[in-house]
Write a protein that binds this ligand. Structure first.
Ligand SMILES: Cc1cc2nc3c(=O)[nH]c(=O)nc-3n(C[C@H](O)[C@H](O)[C@H](O)COP(=O)(O)OP(=O)(O)OC[C@H]3O[C@@H](n4cnc5c(N)ncnc54)[C@H](O)[C@@H]3O)c2cc1C
Length: 129
């Protein structure tokens, strides 16, 4: 029997988690309380969606105690899914990107291109399951 996974929140993170879980063979349901999946993506990067940064590093993250990132957590996350994996993931979805001084955007500079490709993959996996 397939693993059943419930992803709560259909933003960029939730959709990406759902895609990876479904590709690994799980049966995935995304529970989104907003009107549509990935709505916030459209307003990221001033409508262009800054996917990643070629100079990504744990030192650029803030949060946790004293405003410092939980460095161990961020480092571990970036080791497992850093810039190369991010670029490969989006390239695999069919996204062509451009680099502006290390800031990576879709070549179209349209955040909607990122959302459309994520939604297409979510729907493809849903129809294949
Ligand atoms: C103005 C602005 C510009 C930004 N630009 C960039 C950028 O260029 N590049 C970048 O990487 N990041 C940018 N960010 C940060 C960006 O918002 C996050 O990187 C990204 O949206 C985070 O995605 P997420 O899925 O973690 O969260 P969200 O996009 O917030 O998604 C969470 C989802 O969960 C849903 N949800 C929450 N609670 C529940 C619940 N209880 N039940 C069901 N559903 C629930 C919400 O409705 C939402 O759809 C920007 C943020 C802002 C505000």
């Amino acid at each position: 029997m397939k693993k059943q996974i419930l992803v709560i929140g259909g933003g960029a993170s939730g959709m990406t988690a759902a895609i990876f879980a479904a590709r690994a063979g799980a049966s995935v349901t995304i529970l989104e309380h907003g009107p549509r999946l990935g709505k916030k993506i459209l307003s990221t990067g001033n409508g262009r969606c800054n996917l990643t940064n070629l100079h990504m590093g744990a030192e650029y993250f803030r949060g946790g105690e004293g405003g410092r990132a939980a460095a161990g957590f961020v480092s571990q996350a970036l080791e497992r899914f850093g810039v190369p994996e991010t670029l490969a993931f989006f390239s695999g979805l069919g996204l062509v990107t451009k680099d502006k001084n290390g800031y990576v955007y879709p070549r179209s500079e349209q955040a909607s291109a990122v959302l459309d490709l994520l939604l297409t993959e979510v729907r493809r996996l849903a129809s294949a399951s």
